[in-house]
Design a protein around this ligand. Structure first.
Ligand code: ADP
Length: 736
């Protein structure tokens, strides 16, 4: 059957190969015919070209030799063609071409090879007379060598162009095909043979194995023995009828029994931990036929902490089985339970939400905070709940959510409960997911406070910068104004100084001459009136001189150029000098002028002239502003470290609002009464007095009551007269 099948398969393969071969041959012939056509076209073009060149040369009347060279013929002769043919094949492997001009016929012979294109492969081109051969493509065999030949007529001539190409019966393509089909045929055969031999071998091996294999019981025995030898298992037998238990030597060793063999349950259970004894005993006593026997217990004594399992079943009223040491398993279970408990404690100890998802994104563990913080219902929060479901439930309780930086797995959310949670998802090694949340409400609050205070600070800084700018602007303006004012003041000072000086010189003359006139030095004046006028001039001139002196002094003070000439002086002398000067004026105004200095006034360091002038200024003011009948009292007292020169009058007084302005250059009281009495004042007297007092290291005070009187006091520092020098160094006081 298999052979038949293979034969049919082989046959069909052979047919297929033959068909392919036919197809390849046909293709060769078609290509050959096309090539012959192309070759004939080429030859015709060459021949027409030759004829045209010949004709051209004939027209010019060229010699035969010139035609031969010009058209590159091998030979040329004058000859007419045979009937109708303009190109003919010559026997010697050449072609002749004919041309005519005005009855002159010429023939040129050219070698066939020169007309053919170059054949680059094993093809061969040649020309034949078209009448001598069939003009189709075919295979030809000569001495078992097959070749493909095709010819095509060169139009308008009796020449045919042929292409020849060797086409062996068995080419490379044929060998390829042979190999492929051979393999195709061989493959299934090989497969079948392979299969058969494998099956045979397996059968053989099975038979051998069966011959050598021990009985199942023996194998089991071997297994037991190996387990027993390893101290992992021991055997037991329980006879309910006698209530006796038999344990093998390995079982005894395993559980730490003192002996093996038959024993009562009481004896056996001594190796069982107290708490498990009752259970083990019960298991044996209540062993049921056809039921699995299974009880586990902890060992006692040396075996405490080890766990054993007794398993087995019933066979013909006797129960038997094995005792296993399952300590490893139980310990592993305990460990895993403990680890689990630890993990749970850790989970619950984490203050924020915490959840664990398995690799299918199903909830496996979570802590109380997870449900609490996200307000998750028990129906949602169940083992196996999908991540997406839980997250969509959480989303309902979220007011604001935003990703945390670049990390797509971290986000911050503000819950409806006003709690901020930072939630992070992390992959576990087992491709699960851990979701950890942290309450960051406090942090957020601080952040807000911080942001707020930062904003405030920034505003303050901006405001500060703005006011700083303004302040700077003001300072610049002020500096500018100050410079301007200083410059103006300097100019004014300089002007006043110059002017006073310029005025004084002519004034001295005026005064001098007026005095001479008034005193009638060079004889009496004709009229009494002249004398009066001259006296008026003297008075006015004096006043003017005083004023100019004041102005000059003031400008010196302001320019800081006023210099005192301090010396140890008796101040009473200076004040007395001023009194004397003023007496006349006081008398003229009918004002009493009383000088009442204390006794034993000290000497002071001061400028005699300045003190005299200060006092004089104050007294003249007092006279000016005191009505006739009034009184001026000048006192001198020592108060503490000050010598006080006081000028008190019973004049018109000064209004309190005017007081602060006085004692500054050019400041005057503007009341009508004051004005009326002060027609000739300049507002310099008090200012100068104050400046002089200060230059002495002292000061000036004005006390006044409107309509009652005024008291102006000059305070000058008292310099203690140093003790007369003894020439001996001061004794050094030794410390006790
Ligand atoms: P003046 O040359 O104008 O007197 P002062 O500086 O001496 O300049 O005085 C300034 C102003 O103070 C006076 O114009 C006057 O109004 C007021 N004054 C000064 N002394 C007295 C005084 N004893 N009684 C009342 N007013 C006075």
């Amino acid at each position: 059957m298999l052979t038949l099948l293979m034969m049919a398969f082989g046959g069909s393969l052979a047919l297929k190969a033959f068909e392919e071969r036919q197809f390849a041959d046909n293709s060769t012939l078609i290509q050959q015919a096309r090539e012959a056509e192309a070759l004939s076209g080429h030859v015709r073009a060459e021949l027409i070209g030759l004829q045209a060149r010949m004709e051209g040369l004939l027209i010019t009347g060229a010699s035969l030799e010139a035609i031969r060279r010009g058209a590159q013929f091998d030979a040329v002769s004058e000859r007419a063609p045979p009937e109708g043919a303009w190109a003919q094949l010559v026997d010697e492997g050449g072609v002749r071409v004919f041309a005519e001009w005005k009855g002159r016929w010429v023939q040129g012979v050219r070698a066939t090879a020169a007309l053919m294109p170059e054949a680059l492969d094993e093809r061969h081109f040649y020309l034949v007379s078209s009448g001598s051969i069939p003009l189709n493509a075919r295979f030809e065999s000569v001495d078992f060598e097959r070749s493909a030949v095709a010819c095509a007529a060169v139009r308008g001539t009796e020449i045919a162009a042929c292409v020849f190409r060797p086409a062996p019966m068995f080419g490379l393509g044929d060998i390829n095909r042979l190999v492929i089909y051979g393999l195709l045929l061989a493959a299934p055969l090989l497969a079948v043979f392979g299969l058969v031999s494998v099956i045979r071998r397996l059968n053989r091996e099975k038979a051998e194995a069966e011959a050598l294999a021990p009985t199942p019981a023996a194998a089991e025995q071997r297994l037991w023995t190996s387990f027993e030898a390893a101290g992992v298992i021991g055997l037991w037998r329980w006879n309910p009828a006698t209530q006796l238990l038999t344990i093998g030597p390995e079982a005894a060793m395993l559980v730490g029994a003192t002996r093996d063999g038959e024993m009562t349950l009481d004896e056996f259970t001594t190796i069982v931990a107290e708490e498990d004894r009752r259970r083990v005993r019960q298991a044996f006593e209540e062993a049921r036929p056809r039921q699995q026997f299974n009880v586990s217990f902890m060992g006692s004594g040396a075996m405490a902490g080890r766990y054993f399992e007794i398993i087995g079943g019933e066979s013909e009223t006797i129960f038997s089985g094995a005792i296993l040491n399952v300590s490893d398993r139980i310990q592993a279970q305990t460990r895993s339970r403990r680890a689990e408990a630890l993990a749970r404690t850790a989970l619950d100890a984490h203050p924020g939400p915490f959840a664990v998802w398995n690799n299918h994104k199903r909830l496996t563990h979570w802590n109380a905070a997870f449900g609490r913080e996200f307000n998750l219902d028990r129906s949602v929060l169940q083992a196996g709940a999908s991540y997406d479901l839980v997250m969509s439930e959480i989303a309902k309780f979220v007011r604001v959510e935003r990703p945390l930086g670049e990390d797509a797995n971290s986000r911050e959310m503000l819950l409806i409960s006003d709690v901020w949670i930072r939630l992070v998802d992390r992959r576990t090694a087992t491709d699960g997911l851990i979701t950890v949340g942290l309450d960051i409400t406090n942090m957020k609050r601080q952040e807000t406070v911080l942001q707020r205070s930062e904003r405030r600070l920034r505003a303050m800084v901006e405001e500060l910068q703005r006011t700083k700018g303004q302040a700077q602007e003001l300072a610049e303006k002020y500096a500018e104004a100050k410079t301007r004012a200083e410059r103006a003041s300097q100019a004014k000072g300089a002007f006043l100084g110059n002017m006073s000086h310029e005025l004084r010189t002519p004034l001295t003359h005026i005064n001098g001459f007026a005095e001479m006139i008034a005193s009638e030095i060079y004889g009496p004046l004709g009229n009494e009136r002249y004398k009066e006028y001259a006296e008026d001039i003297v008075g006015a001139g004096k006043h003017l001189e005083e004023m100019i002196n004041d102005i000059l002094d003031m400008s010196k003070v302001e320019a800081g150029k006023m210099r005192l000439s301090p010396a140890l002086i008796d101040p009473e002398d200076a004040v007395d000098g001023a009194i004397k000067l003023a007496r006349r004026r006081a008398a003229d105004r009918e004002v009493a002028l009383v000088f009442d200095p204390d006794d034993d006034l000290p000497e002071i360091t001061g400028d005699h002239r300045a003190i005299k002038q200060m006092t004089f200024n104050l007294i003249t003011n007092a006279i000016k502003f005191t009505d006739p009948g009034g009184e001026i009292v000048v006192t001198m007292v020592v108060e503490g470290k000050w010598l006080v020169i006081r000028v008190r009058d019973t004049g018109i007084g000064i209004a309190p609002e005017d007081l602060p302005r006085l004692a500054q250059p050019f400041e005057q009281v503007t009341s009508p009464e004051a004005k009326e009495r002060n027609v000739r004042g300049t507002g310099l007297g008090l200012a100068l007095t104050k400046s002089f007092a200060e230059m002495h290291g002292g000061y000036l005070t004005i006390e006044s009551t409107l309509g009652v009187g005024t008291t102006v006091s000059i305070f000058l520092p008292v310099t203690r007269t140093p003790a007369p020098a003894t020439g001996k160094p001061a004794p050094v006081l030794a410390d006790a």
